[in-house]
Design a protein around this ligand. Structure first.
Ligand SMILES: Cc1cc2nc3c(=O)[nH]c(=O)nc-3n(C[C@H](O)[C@H](O)[C@H](O)COP(=O)(O)OP(=O)(O)OC[C@H]3O[C@@H](n4cnc5c(N)ncnc54)[C@H](O)[C@@H]3O)c2cc1C
Length: 438
């Protein structure tokens, strides 16, 4: 009998956790071959992307090269783009060839939901925040707007350059707006003394009647007040309807003159999943059962942002958050080991015990069970927990150092174009030879 092939698609929070757990238990078992596939050769700690987008953190400090985490052996990492998953044929098509499997873990995450933008033709100044490259692009753009504004003589163009619109008042939009306000008013006005702070405008557009709808109303209002106090305008029940020549038209016909729209609405499942033959919800996520198995496909598991898990008792659907992906991944690893070694499986139990939202350098909102904390204590807990959660001792130290240094010396304002900025130069080892299928 040949080796049993286990494929893990995606080396994000979910996929990497499954891979490391399987390696821990099965590393010397050469009857199994575990393959991790990702189009990037690094793990991205996405909860800190907004800090990169405003120049507080350096991008290389929130990514970890996968080959630094695992040595190639019988189990392997392959850098490749996954194009198609066929759960019936137990086969995937990738840029590195076709692979067959005995078991598969779908952990390809989500993509920004651009459905409201399909009719918006002029998207030259529209940015999303999902990858390290996105964060670098936004940071370059923000700094470029400040550079241009510092030498512009037309007051209307100065205002246009310094108006930053964030569409989406969820976690990411709020965190980005708060960080941008901190950086713009506290540091950039010093670096660019020609700029009058009164010309800087940060606007958050939210299509619902309140921001961060997942929060209880009281805390949604708390966050809203915090944003107002930090000179951020929040427009509720508002969407972008058109963009033309740096004029952003919003619901009701008003127009905002701006060269920056950061678009951070909700997410959809990765198209590889939404186009697969799994049963899916309206976000394209694969339905999973209590064992995190994809419905009707016992050889397939799904975790994180591409899985739809509904708690059978509370009917709550697991939210697309990093800690949920990690918890689900631990269950998947146990159940895969059970499949391979003939043990009994465990059920996933959804719990959303804690959450934390950063609101710039002086405030954060933390919930542990029913206890809510905000203010500087919550900031310390946010900094400590996020530097500790980052993967690798070196990254933890670098993130903590970046935070402290940028608060003393200000953010990084250099504009380094993404095409010159190669995150992959950190690759330490050559890829192991690609064997397409056994
Ligand atoms: C800006 C931002 C801020 C966030 N802040 C928070 C926060 O504060 N707290 C929190 O809990 N959650 C936060 N989240 C959500 C959290 O990051 C996700 O819930 C979590 O990453 C989901 O884990 P995952 O394993 O499902 O997917 P991911 O971690 O996204 O991993 C998916 C992996 O699949 C790879 N991939 C995708 N498509 C392909 C393909 N076709 N071929 C090959 N590889 C592919 C990607 O490169 C990636 O490595 C944030 C997300 C973003 C974007």
């Amino acid at each position: 009998m040949g080796k049993k092939n286990i494929l893990i698609l995606g080396a994000g929070f979910g996929g990497l956790t499954v891979f490391s757990r399987l390696l821990h238990t099965l590393k010397n078992r050469d009857e199994f071959r575990i393959t991790l596939i990702d189009e990037q050769n690094f793990f991205l700690f996405s909860p800190l992307l907004h800090e990169v987008a405003v120049g507080v953190l350096l991008p290389e400090n929130i990514v970890t090269p996968i080959r630094k985490l695992f040595r190639s052996g019988i189990h392997r990492f392959i850098q490749a783009h996954v194009e198609k998953v066929n759960l019936v044929k137990q086969e995937i098509i990738t840029s590195a060839g076709i692979f067959n499997y005995d078991y598969i873990v779908l952990a390809l995450g989500g993509v920004t939901d651009m459905s409201d933008m399909v009719n918006i033709i002029d998207n030259s100044n529209v940015f999303v925040l999902k990858t390290a490259q996105d964060a670098m692009t936004i940071k370059n753009h923000i700094m470029e707007m400040f550079e241009k504004a510092s030498i512009e003589t037309d007051p209307e163009i100065v205002k246009q350059l310094l108006t930053f619109v964030i569409s989406g008042g969820g976690y990411t939009g709020v965190e980005l707006a708060a960080s941008l306000s901190d950086v713009a008013y506290n540091y950039l006005t010093t670096s660019y003394p020609q700029i009058d702070p009164k010309n800087i405008k940060i606007i958050v557009l939210e299509s619902a009647d309140r921001i961060i709808r997942d929060l209880p109303i009281k805390y949604s209002h708390y966050v809203m007040t915090h944003l107002h106090n930090h000179r951020i305008d929040v427009l509720l029940n508002t969407k972008v309807t058109q963009i033309e020549n740096n004029q952003i038209e919003i619901s009701g016909g008003d127009v905002i003159s701006s060269r920056t729209l950061v678009y951070v609405p909700g997410i959809l499942a990765n198209p590889v999943i939404s186009e697969s033959n799994a049963e899916k919800d309206d976000m394209g996520r694969a339905f999973v059962n209590d064992y995190m198995e994809v419905m009707s496909f016992a050889s397939a598991y799904a975790v994180g942002d591409c899985a739809h898990y509904e708690d059978t008792i509370s009917r709550e659907v697991a939210r697309p958050r990093a800690h949920n992906a990690v918890r689900q991944a631990k269950i998947v690893a146990k159940n895969l080991i059970a499949d391979l070694l003939g043990k009994s499986k465990v059920r996933y139990k959804y719990s959303d015990a804690a959450e934390i939202i950063s609101l710039g350098r002086s405030n954060a909102l933390l919930r542990v069970q029913k206890l809510w904390i905000h203010g500087i204590l919550a900031v310390f807990i946010w900094v400590a927990s996020y530097s500790l959660l980052a993967i690798g001792g070196k990254n933890r130290l670098k993130i903590a150092a970046d935070w402290i240094l940028s608060r003393i010396f200000g953010p990084d304002t250099s504009i380094i174009r993404p095409e010159c900025y190669n995150l992959q130069t950190d690759l330490e080892h050559d890829a192991s030879p690609i064997v397409k299928s056994d």
